[in-house]
Design a protein around this ligand. Structure first.
Ligand SMILES: [Ca+2]
Ligand SMILES: [Ca+2]
Ligand SMILES: [Ca+2]
Length: 413
């Protein structure tokens, strides 16, 4: 393989032009206030995949540190960052993570609300999952003070790694139950988040919403808590007919139209509901699920929960999570049919990514070259880690291993 051959190797990633802005869109009026009528598509579409809901499931076996702990502190920040960044990049379909965020956030002068779930102290959205998102928003040009991380309660904050910052410099973090970001509203439907999302107070008026839920069972209520249920407590206080109300909440225009991305924190998953600190039913999954289809995300999260329950000899969740079916069939919020999904599974780190930065590029090639000692000779001990270049595991780093490296090459991203 020559140098020229390496540089001209097939590259499957092709940037596709962003969709033209839809024409003739009507102004949507919600609660008497005009909202953006056109939702700019997030994804670069390839024709073969158009019409399907893309769902990216990233897995990094090194995300959890292997200890008995199940909190933020027990996650490897860089492994989680790789999962989040590569899942987002693969979801949008761009060459680089930065290019992906240009499409997710078309206008960086707007405010971005990030919904987390820190309702209880046993399972919660972790700061190490949200930090790569916030960092990418800042890199996109969003002022840190325009990034508002919120939940209704902060019960899980000490274990999740979040610290309230309501008015100081930097990314804002707070809870609606204290009125940090506008508090209650007279509007029954939007309830706590009216002022945050539709600017009733003139102070927040977030134009973009990113949902970062957790993976947990909710026996006795909605069966599971994933992306759609994550908005329920902040938008609608009623627990009657919960399955329909979860769907109604997610059908509200400010939530449906402002949601740019869903990043399911499935580093851990609580497969049996427990309201408290006891983490006996929290397992390690080391996964991140990214999509903009809340129904597809919830379908996959639900399957993960059921798989864990089966492994622990538990019956399926009770009640059955009807809201996922309703959301697809009645409310048209997405799809729960895998045949209508473009499911992308990422196993991380990528083979050939020797410097563990999420790509296989010239830097990795430079490392490979230092390790290549030819057939039948062991690779040098310096630099350390050369055994990673022995793709066929026959004790040397030679041209056959280079053929594998060539296959894995992605270019910088
Ligand atoms: Ca690399
Ligand atoms: Ca070899
Ligand atoms: Ca690189």
């Amino acid at each position: 393989m020559t140098w020229a051959g390496l540089l001209s190797m097939p590259r499957s990633i092709v940037l596709v032009a962003v969709f033209a802005v839809a024409v003739g869109a009507a102004i949507v009026l919600v609660l008497g206030k005009a909202l953006p009528a056109v939702k700019t598509p997030v994804r670069s579409e390839s024709p073969a995949r158009s019409g399907l809901s893309r769902v990216v499931i990233a897995h990094h076996p090194g995300a959890h540190d292997g200890s008995a702990g199940r909190d933020d502190v027990h996650l490897d920040a860089e492994a989680v960052r790789m999962m989040v960044n590569q899942a987002v990049r693969a979801f949008v379909g761009t060459g680089t993570v930065a290019e992906a965020w240009e499409l997710i956030i078309p206008d960086p002068t707007k405010r971005v609300a990030i919904k987390i779930n820190c309702q209880i102290s046993g399972i919660f959205t972790k700061a190490k999952v949200v930090m790569p998102i916030a960092d990418s928003l800042v890199a996109r040009g969003v002022p840190p003070e325009n990034i508002i991380i919120y939940d209704k309660h902060d019960t899980g904050f000490p274990y999740a790694g979040f610290v309230r910052n309501v008015s100081g410099p930097g990314v804002r973090v707070g809870v609606l139950s204290y009125g940090d970001f506008g508090g209650y509203s007279a509007h029954a439907d939007l309830y706590h988040i009216a002022k945050l999302l539709i600017g009733e107070s003139g102070e927040y008026d977030c134009d973009y919403l990113i949902n970062v839920p957790v993976c947990k069972a909710l026996d006795g209520y909605s069966g599971v808590t994933l992306s759609m249920k994550n908005h329920y407590g902040t938008c609608d206080p009623r627990h009657l007919d919960m399955h329909n109300h979860i769907c109604l909440t997610n059908a509200l225009s400010p939530i449906r139209d402002k949601t740019r991305l869903i990043v399911l924190d499935a580093c851990y998953c609580e497969y049996r509901w427990h309201n408290g600190r006891d983490q006996s039913w929290v397992d390690v999954l080391n996964r991140i699920v990214v999509s903009d289809d809340p129904v597809a995300v919830d379908y996959h999260g639900w399957q993960m929960i059921e798989q864990l329950r089966a492994e622990h000899d538990l019956a399926p969740v009770d009640p059955y999570p009807y809201f996922i079916d309703y959301a697809a069939d009645v409310y048209d919020l997405g799809t729960n049919d895998p045949a209508e999904m473009d499911i992308v599974e990422l196993e991380l780190p990528f083979p050939g990514d020797f410097d563990l930065d999420g790509d296989v590029d010239m830097d990795d090639h430079a490392f490979w070259q230092q390790c290549a000692a030819g057939p039948n000779d062991p690779p040098p001990s310096d630099p350390p880690g050369c055994e990673a270049c022995d793709a066929d595991e026959d004790g040397d780093v030679d041209l056959r291993d280079f053929a594998s490296f060539q296959q894995d090459f992605t270019g910088s991203r």
